[in-house]
Design a protein around this ligand. Structure first.
Ligand SMILES: Nc1ncnc2c1ncn2[C@@H]1O[C@H](COP(=O)(O)OP(=O)(O)OP(=O)(O)O)[C@@H](O)[C@H]1O
Length: 299
């Protein structure tokens, strides 16, 4: 469990993280979202004690992570996959870290196998592709078998097979009861991986919400029904607005699928389709529209 309370980090007169409060619960994958420059990496660095906050506190499993004797056993982190000794072999890189954290050598071979790098374990890390470096970074994060894991853009540079592997790995780690916080800009990926979302913009909390609820909020729902004429007045009475489609369907705004189902039950009309139409990407774009700092203009 990670607890962040009133966390603030300023660079000069600019707040990169501004009075942020949220908790990351164990047993689920929490997606950490926000536009470029929102403060995600800075927040992760403060969780790890790599940046010192100007105000507020961070605790990991109930205590401050700064000054912990064997940090890799408490928290595993992938922040920047390229941050490694490029002349060391992958295996040596892991062995050095294992030694300084009191981790047995055999764990090095275990994590190399886990991330699929055994065949290149004796190659220099500097010769690795971005995807291989990501895998090595993940091996580092897993080395101490920690209960808390932070991943900053872990799918960067991975091929589709690698992306699926990461997804299953994260789901598996959360399934074992670990705390998993992962940042990403790939909404389709987050939709498949995360259970919960923390969304920030310009250093401030925008949403702390379950992924299902996030997508449902304010969504449109495509509806088909046996007797539309009987159903529509019930939907309007329930607070929905209805827009007629061209193919016998219609779109309801302002009501969740459950409320539409209840209105259909009251009207004694059979629903033949009930499809929420908002994607995670659309929900995210709607929510963060006012927090985007760097925006390209239309050509
Ligand atoms: N060491 C630093 N010195 C000065 N400004 C910094 C420093 N680190 C981060 N910042 C600034 O803090 C803000 C937040 O940056 P951060 O990297 O945390 O955002 P992010 O959400 O991770 O962005 P991205 O999605 O682009 O990786 C940005 O405006 C950035 O320029």
């Amino acid at each position: 469990m990670i607890r962040i309370d009133g966390l603030t980090k300023r660079f000069g007169d600019r707040a990169a993280v501004d009075d942020l409060t949220f908790a990351v619960e164990p047993g689920r994958v929490t997606g950490f979202l926000g536009p470029n420059g929102a403060g995600k990496s800075t927040t992760m660095r403060m969780i790890l004690g790599l940046d010192r906050p100007n105000a507020g506190t961070v605790t990991v499993n109930g205590h401050s992570y700064v000054g912990v004797a064997r940090p890799m056993r408490e928290v595993g982190a992938l922040l920047d996959a390229r941050a490694l000794h490029s002349r060391r072999t992958a295996r040596n890189h892991l062995r050095c870290l294992a030694q300084t954290n009191g981790i047995a050598d055999k764990r090095v071979d275990e994590v190399l196998q886990l991330v699929g790098l055994e065949s290149v374990a004796r190659k220099r890390a500097g010769s690795f592709s971005l995807g291989m470096s990501q895998r090595l970074g993940i091996a580092v994060a897993l080395l101490g078998d920690p209960k808390v894991l932070l991943f900053d853009e872990p799918v960067n540079g991975l091929d589709p097979e690698g992306i699926r592997w990461i997804r299953e790995l994260m789901r598996g780690l959360a399934g074992e009861g670990r705390t998993v916080l992962v940042s990403s800009h790939l909404m389709s990926e987050m939709a498949q991986t995360a259970d919960h979302l923390i969304v920030i913009g310009k250093g401030r909390l925008i949403a702390d919400i379950g992924i299902g609820e996030f997508v449902r909020q304010g969504s449109n729902v495509l509806v088909r029904a046996d007797d539309q004429d009987r159903l529509v007045p019930h939907l309007v009475e329930a607070g929905g607005s209805v827009q007629q489609g061209t193919d016998g369907s219609f779109v309801v705004t302002g009501l969740e699928p459950r409320r539409i189902g209840e209105a259909a039950l009251a009207a004694r009309v059979v629903l033949t389709e009930l499809t929420p139409q908002r994607s995670l990407e659309q929900a995210y774009m709607d929510l963060t529209r006012d927090s985007v700092e760097f925006q390209a203009s239309a050509v």
